[in-house]
Structure formats: C-alpha cells, structure tokens
Design a binder for this molecule. Structure first.
Ligand code: ZN
Ligand code: ZN
Length: 507
C-alpha cells in the first residue's frame, strides 16, 4: 500500500474500531518525519489522540500512557515505544511502514515493536494491519504461509501515473562532484518546466574520506575501526560511530605534505556543487546535520511544499513517507556499495530504499522520472528491481534466503560482547559456546565466536556469537537455560555483553 490511499485505509479501519467502542493503536517509524499522517488523523477524528514519541518528557509520556490505559484517548499514535501502551479496549493495531528498521530497539532492552505488537494482537484477540509499499521479507514469508493476508491497493494516490525509471550507466564517465552530464541536463529540463528535483544520497557530511595523495595516509578514528567524515561547514573531522570530532588536518600527520584531500561525496559537498551549478535555484538539504535544531525539519518541508525550493537533496530521511507532489525528477546517487555488502539484509534494504525514494516522484497529476546512477548497470537484482518492481525483486531475494537457510527461513540470536581486549571478548563467547553446546538441540548451529565486522568501536573491542536454528522453539529452548547460567558466572562480569534475538544489524 502506498501514499494517501494507505492512510485512507487506516482511517476507515480506525473508524470501525471506534464505532464499536474500542481503541486504535497506530505505530509509525518517526512522527517528525511523517507529520502528514498525524495531521490527517487530527483532521478526521474529533476524539482525543494520545501521541507518543521519544521527545516527550517522562511526565508527558506517563500522561499519554494513562490516557491510553483509561480509554480517555480512543486513538494512540506513536513510535516504537507505543507498542507497550496499555489499552482499555484494544480494537485494532496498525503498523505503518512495517519494513522500517526504526521499529527495532537496538540498545539496552532489545525488541522489535512490529513483532511485539503482532504477538500482543494474538494475546488480546485484536486484528493487526501492516502497511507498506515494500514489505519486509519476514512479512512476505508470513503471507506465503497464510499467516498474514494481503490486501492490495491497486491504484496510486490521485490517479497518478507510475514514474519512468532509467538506469544511467556511469562507468567510464567523467562525473562532476558525483553528477553525470546527463543527470545535470535532466535536472535543468525539469526545473525549466517548474518541476522540483529530488536527489537522494545516503551519506551525510562533506566527504567520507580525508586522504594524503603523497603517502596514502587516511584520517581514521582513534577509538573505532572507521574513517573520519569531513564536515566542512563546521571545519571538523567526525566519527559517525563514537562522535569524536577533530579539526581538519592542514598537513598530513604522516609525511607532512600540505592539504590532504577529501575523497568521495556526502550531502554537504553535493549541496555546495549544486549551488555552483544552479546559482539561481533554492536548494534544501535534509539530513541529520541540517535537522538537528528543533523545528528545522518542519520549516524545510514547508518550503518544499510551498514550491520555494527547486532542488531537494537528502539522505534516507527523505524516503520515509513524505509526499512531495511537485517533484517530477528523482535521482538516486551512489547506492552501489549496498550491492556488495557482507550483510545479507543489505539487498533487501537497498530494494526498499530505492522503491521508497522513487515513489516520491510524480505523486500528483504530473508524470515522474527516476534516474539511478550506477557503476553496475548489469547487476541482476538491480535490473530486476527496476524492470519488474519490488514484488518480483523481493520474491527473488526471498528464494535466495531460502537456499542459504537465512531468516526468515531460520531464526537467529546474536550474543555480543565487548571488552578492553579482543581476547577477553572472544574468551567470554568461547565460554558461552561451551555452555551452549551442552544443552543445545541438535538442529541448532552455533557460529563463532568471531570479531565483529567493526571490531573496535568507542575504544572497545567487540566480538559476537551467532546461534541459528530452523525453528524458533529450538532457539528459545537453548536461551531459556543458557541465559541464567551465564549470568551467574564470574566471567560474565569481565565483559559487557548482550543478547539480540532476531538481530537486524550484525555490526
Ligand atoms: Zn569513532
Ligand atoms: Zn602524507
């Protein structure tokens, strides 16, 4: 389901719950990123709506939970934490953009709000509606097995025509700050016809690498196995993993050559390039750096909707459910690293992101164009995604997962450990593995321990142990006995460790 058609379905479902005297709970990825959904609900319903998000104070959160528990608020809308909202009379649960990774709590008490709410729906005998144009593979699998039923919305909102998609092969092409000559011409053409242009680049900062061309030195974080990103406006090198920041080196610290050079392109650099290419145009950049200030995002979105902005550029923040009716051209830059990532979920995420970003074009009566710049135009999954759409692409990726016995065809639990030395983290996990082998069901596989893909982060050394089983019950059987037995061991006090069931990020 896409766009406003989807919201209309939610509204009808909520209406019918309310008229039966019950409550509706609606989960959304990030309220600040999708203010339209909340506005639509506020316009359509005159009842109190409890809104829950992470920016509430503890008291505000308590009051919202109370309104949900006592039934004062027949409608509850919020981010992942609302999955815990107590309801007096649960009538329906709705999960908007169910594929979105922000439903997973990655720190502390780890849970997936979607999965939690699906379980709650069973316990509280309440129907649950998942909405998305790009279902997660877990949800597609649940549809295949008949656990979920699919309801399709065949038409795009407002009778608009689906966008035309063009792969732009940029192998052996000279790029101007990441932009090909064809793309620049296409942007000019759309803006001449009063269309807005949206550029998607999922990398913030000025450039991801600062390098010395005399000796190949690269600026890296002293706390993490990571390169430092150049932030030109603030004249800083920043680590996006531990938030360390340093002034930009004027000389190479290794060979003292002058002015190491930025390599690669982030949104800040792209914005500067666009300003010099199109000096008379208004450009709006949306990423975590430009939206830090309270109210900044709202202001930026308003200038886009008012037609003041000609070019909109941003990271995945712009892929999350906004409607930009005047955008007639969407260009997707530099998604190539996702094609060759070691994370088995990266192709699924790439397909969702491209489809979601492409869906921003031509949503009103105007025809939209999508241009995808790539060095790998022959990549079979990319070709299938663009030629046949997300559903067929996802079916192929799902078949691959089945052949490799990966989730959703198996179930995983990841035990992570971090310590002052890698040996200590690995040693603890080796101990966990020894204890697990004693009680593990035969079908269960234990992989590792291995150093984490980013071994050092925030000054700590990190390692992990992966448990995988064809059936969830085998995994639970193991964890129920294993967890208490580890907790009581002195070695568990020597490291920081955590358990993540159904991990979505192996870093
Ligand atoms: Zn760092
Ligand atoms: Zn050097």
């Amino acid at each position: 389901m896409t766009g406003s058609g989807k919201t209309e379905v939610y509204i009808r479902v909520v209406e019918s719950a309310l008229s039966a005297g019950k409550q509706a709970l609606i989960l959304v990825p990030e309220i600040g990123l999708t203010p339209q959904l909340l506005t639509r609900f506020q316009e359509r319903f005159s009842v109190p709506i409890a809104v829950l998000n992470s920016s509430l104070t503890e008291k505000q959160r308590y009051l919202a939970f109370e309104d949900a528990r006592t039934g004062v608020a027949p409608i509850v809308i919020g981010t992942r934490l609302s999955a815990f909202a107590p309801l007096k009379a649960p009538g329906v649960f709705i999960i908007d953009e169910e594929h979105d990774a922000s439903f997973k709590q990655q720190e502390g008490f780890r849970y997936h709000a979607r999965d939690l709410l699906i379980l709650r729906a069973t316990l509280e005998h309440c129907p649950v509606v998942l909405g998305t144009a790009t279902p997660s593979l877990e949800t597609l699998r649940n549809m295949q097995t008949g656990r979920f039923h699919a309801l399709a919305l065949p038409h795009r909102a407002g009778n608009s025509v689906p966008p035309t998609v063009q792969i732009l092969d940029v192998r052996h092409k000279k790029l101007q700050e990441g932009l090909s000559a064809q793309l620049i011409a296409a942007m000019r053409e759309q803006m001449d016809q009063q269309g807005q242009v949206l550029l998607f680049l999922n990398r913030r900062g000025y450039a991801p690498v600062l390098m010395c061309f005399e000796c190949d030195w690269i600026a890296t974080c002293k706390n993490c196995d990571a390169k430092l990103t150049i932030h030109y406006q603030s004249q800083q090198l920043r680590c996006h993993h531990c938030e360390t920041s340093l002034p930009i080196d004027k000389h190479c610290p290794s060979c003292t050559a002058k002015n190491p050079k930025p390599v690669g392109i982030g949104t800040e650099r792209l914005e500067a390039a666009l300003q010099s290419l199109f000096p008379s145009k208004t450009i709006v950049r949306i990423d975590r750096d430009t939206t830090r200030k309270k109210g900044a995002l709202k202001e930026q979105l308003e200038s886009i909707h008012a037609g003041e902005a000609h070019i909109l550029l941003g990271t995945q923040m712009i892929a999350k459910g906004h409607h930009f009716p005047n955008v007639t051209l969407v260009a997707i830059l530099d998604i190539d690293q996702a094609l060759f990532s070691i994370d088995f979920r990266s192709t699924e995420k790439m397909g969702q992101l491209i489809t979601q970003v492409a869906g921003r074009a031509g949503r009103a009566e105007r025809l939209g164009h999508v241009i995808l710049q790539t060095q790998h135009p022959e990549h079979p999954l990319l070709k299938q995604l663009l030629a046949e759409g997300y559903a067929n692409f996802a079916a192929t990726v799902l078949t691959e997962r089945q052949m490799l016995n990966l989730p959703p065809f198996s179930h995983q639990a990841l035990i992570r450990a971090e310590a002052n030395t890698l040996e200590r983290a690995l040693g603890f996990l080796a101990f966990v593995k020894q204890s697990a082998i004693k009680t593990a069901p035969k079908t269960l596989k234990i992989l590792g321990p291995t150093p984490a893909p980013m071994e050092r982060r925030h000054g700590k050394h990190r390692a992990q142990l992966l448990c995988q089983a064809p059936k969830r019950s085998a995994l639970q059987q193991l964890l129920q006995t294993l967890m208490p037995s580890i907790e009581s061991q002195p070695i568990a006090q020597t490291v920081r460790w955590s358990l993540d069931v159904d991990p979505i990020d192996l870093y």
